[in-house]
Design a protein around this ligand. Structure first.
Ligand code: IVH
Length: 746
């Protein structure tokens, strides 16, 4: 490579890596896998090493990624949080030891080998044994304060179990990773899929997205977990080595690594790494490697570190499991908002312990970008060991007959010409009466988190649409028992009749749904961009459907976003504008000032009325306020309510006499108004969902776990740790009977 080429490649790699850092750390939506990312970084490291004279300016190699976001307070770590050097090669792994062996003049160095947890790094501070703060890694020096969110992690004790003999230190930073179990990841993604929201590719991204939610109530609905393994600042000192420290972490009652290997010398260490690779799939958290650390803290100090990573530790990363297989066909599914999703039908292949026969191809652009064709051999990988993804095509095995894939221009279900909304990647079927969409919408309308019409999903929804009994979900409210009882779930030749008993049950559920609160209805309508969380946020700002439909609050949110973009377009400090001439920038200034003052004024007004939160100003250009509902969802809701479908839905709701309300105008006399309530155990007259809805309708909040901020715990038979926690904090505890009585207080 000529010096000019090397210089160009270094610049290219730096830019790419910076972009992927932003996607991974800040947005938790990476476009490439860790392995691809590590390959880019390796190439850059090599080039920078070979030609240091060409590598001027700051390199992403010298800093750790930055996860800080607007809306959080930042906090400076007392001891910086470093990253780790990593390798995929045994040779480099052994070279790490050789350097240390040379430095210390001995081969039998004591190491600890630990799982490398694929989560997101946090630092917890305990002062005199009490949990006081949780901060993300941020840029290594300072991170976002996520204390309120971390308090929702039920396995994290608010107090260390210290003893007289071994009292808790005055102040200690304990480092670890926040993660989600595979089961919880799948549960949440399934909910998001039902809500038409973008899916998270793996548990790590979802955990990262969750910890950066501004509302701890939402965080409490996702079961985050934590594992602790590292020590930062500590005064006075509590341990002399990693193995001592890990034992102490366990003794204090903190969740820690499932297994670690104290070893001597590099051969034993390598054996432990191999053993870990065999065991790790059974661990509760995802692991992507093994971390090997010098055991002795004294030796660590002598080994030293660079600004980014210590010399006393290294991560050996396991290559993701991949398999090569053929794409037999590409099918296209139509979702309930009309989005067409392409799916690769694969020749079944064994991958990371299970057979994979299908993989999502996401959207049209993704297929084009990777030039994926039917008949191609592709490499599939289980991203984060969960969803199979097509990584790339093996071009060497492409046969010449293989033609580029033509994305359908008609809906595969109803043949209507598809459309692409400006600024979206999704291709949609615009037909309001597309039977595939209608079935999915009906299914969703009846789902647990929407109207909870048990027994109405799947085949019943399909048949109701097919037999013409339902042409839109609200038709359910005019179904007669007879019609529903006569529904044929089989074929004309082999009929299978639904029956009266089943029909009555469903109609009762339909009747009950009329009383459900606004948030559940907003979700049920399957408005694009409105998932469970957004539906709750919108309902907290409005008291009825009509108010949402003509919402001035949502219009303000859209306007705030427009003003901010206009301000940004004219901002003298953005990268694009800095490249412009002085005259041009001067010409833009009045517009910049104008939009800035308009955005400030609107932002301040929204903050003053509690409709937005002040934004932290660390991400230039500063944005003044963060709205409760994002601009994309706000726009989507307004446009849905003014669309043909939305207008029709409002009319039908009126005709049917259904008028869901929210807690916005709740009775302030209710004992639940403004209170945080936790349920535990089982109840005989109400389901959990029903009880929660009632609390919300009365202006209270339902939390998933007990904390000092909990006002009331409702306990039924079988209550467990939550009840103990409530007693510990002296929180009022009531039973079901008392709860039912309080519901009637007005
Ligand atoms: S020790 C100074 N141990 O991996 C080095 N890190 O890629 C401190 N990680 O920033 C890190 N499991 O967030 C350590 N057992 C483990 C780990 C671990 C996961 C994370 C950590 C670190 C990143 C580096």
């Amino acid at each position: 490579m000529s010096p000019a080429e090397a210089k160009k490649r270094i610049a290219e790699l730096r830019e790419q890596i910076a972009r992927h850092d932003e996607l991974y750390y800040r947005r938790a939506q990476p476009e490439i896998g860790d392995f691809e990312y590590d390959i880019l970084k390796h190439e850059l490291a090599e080039l920078e090493k070979q030609s240091p004279s060409l590598a001027v300016g700051t390199s992403p190699m010298e800093r750790v990624g930055d996860d800080r976001l607007e809306g959080f307070a930042t906090y400076r770590h007392r001891q910086p949080m470093q990253s780790l050097d990593n390798t995929y090669s045994e040779e480099e792994y052994r070279a790490f030891h050789q350097r240390l062996a040379k430095l210390f003049g001995r081969e039998d160095l004591a190491y600890v080998v630990e799982p490398k947890i694929d989560g997101l790094a946090v630092s917890l501070t305990y002062e005199n044994g009490r949990f006081v703060r949780a901060v993300t890694r941020g840029n290594g020096e300072e991170g976002d304060d996520v204390t309120a969110n971390v308090r929702t992690i039920h396995t994290l004790p608010p107090e260390l179990k210290a003893t007289k003999l071994q009292p808790a230190p005055g102040a200690i930073e304990i480092r670890g990773e926040i993660y989600l179990t595979t089961a919880e990841f799948q549960r949440i993604n399934q909910e998001r899929e039902e809500a038409g929201e973008a899916l998270y590719a793996n548990p790590r991204n979802l955990a990262a997205g969750t910890i950066k939610q501004l509302d701890p109530r939402l965080v409490a609905q996702r079961k985050l977990e934590i594992v602790l393994y590292g020590i930062g600042y500590c005064e006075p000192a509590v341990a002399d080595s990693q193995s001592e420290f890990l034992a102490l972490v366990k003794q204090w009652g903190l969740p820690t690594v499932e297994k670690f290997w104290p070893v001597r010398g590099i051969d034993e260490a390598w054996k432990a790494v191999r053993e870990l690779d065999k065991l790790r799939h059974a661990f509760a958290y995802g692991t992507d490697g093994a971390v090997t650390k010098l055991d002795s803290f004294a030796l660590r100090r002598d080994a030293g570190s660079t600004s980014k990573a210590p010399h006393w530790a290294i991560a050996y990363k396991f290559e993701p499991e991949r398999a090569e297989t053929r794409i037999n066909a590409i099918t296209v599914q139509v979702g309930r908002t009309g989005v067409l999703t392409p799916v690769a039908e694969l020749e079944p292949v064994l991958l990371a312990g299970s057979t994979v026969a299908r993989a999502t191809l996401h959207n049209r652009d993704e297929i084009a970008r990777k030039d994926i064709r039917v008949g191609d051999y592709v490499r599939v990988e289980k991203a984060g060991e969960v969803i199979p993804a097509v990584i790339e095509v093996n071009l060497q095995r492409r046969v010449s007959e293989c033609r580029p894939y033509q994305f359908p221009d008609k809906c595969p279900e109803c043949s209507t010409a598809v459309i692409q909304i400006e600024g979206e990647v999704a291709i949609r079927c615009p037909n309001l009466y597309c039977p595939a969409q209608l079935t999915r919408r009906l299914d969703f309308f009846a789902s647990k988190s929407a109207l909870n019409l048990e027994g109405l999903g799947g085949i019943i929804a399909e048949k109701l649409v097919e037999r013409g009994l339902v042409a839109e979900p609200l038709d359910l409210f005019t179904l007669s028992t007879d019609k529903l009882a006569d529904l044929n779930l089989g074929s004309d030749v082999e009929p299978r009749i639904f029956g009266e008993k089943n029909a009555r049950k469903i109609l009762e559920a339909i009747e009950r749904a009329k009383q459900l609160p606004l948030a559940r209805w907003l979700l049920a309508f399957a408005i694009p961009e409105v998932g469970e969380e957004t539906a709750h946020d919108i309902a907290s700002l409005h008291s009825s459907l009509k108010e949402v439909a003509s919402s001035s609050i949502l219009r303000d949110y859209v306007e705030l976003d427009q003003l901010n973009s206009e301000m940004l377009r004219n901002s003298p400090t953005t990268k694009e504008n800095k490249a412009k001439s002085i005259e041009e920038r001067n010409r833009m200034r009045p517009d910049y000032e104008k939009y800035k003052s308009l955005a400030d004024a609107l932002g301040n007004r929204l903050i003053a009325s509690g409709l937005a939160k002040p934004a932290a100003s660390k991400n230039p250009p500063p944005r003044n306020a963060v709205a409760t509902v994002g601009p994309v969802a706000s726009r989507s809701v307004l446009s849905w309510f003014s669309s043909e479908r939305g207008v029709r839905v409002l009319e039908r709701m009126d005709e049917l006499g259904i008028a869901p309300t929210s807690s916005k105008h709740a009775n302030t006399a209710s004992p639940f108004f403004g209170k945080s309530v936790v349920f535990t155990g089982t109840f005989s007259t109400l389901s959990r969902n029903e009880a929660q809805d009632k609390i919300r309708a009365l202006g209270g909040n339902v939390a998933g776990s007990v904390s000092r901020k909990t006002d009331l715990v409702v306990a039924g038979p079988g209550a467990g740790t939550k009840l103990n926690d409530a007693r510990k904090y002296g929180i009022s505890i009531i039973d079901e009977a008392e709860f039912l009585r309080l519901l009637t207080v007005r």
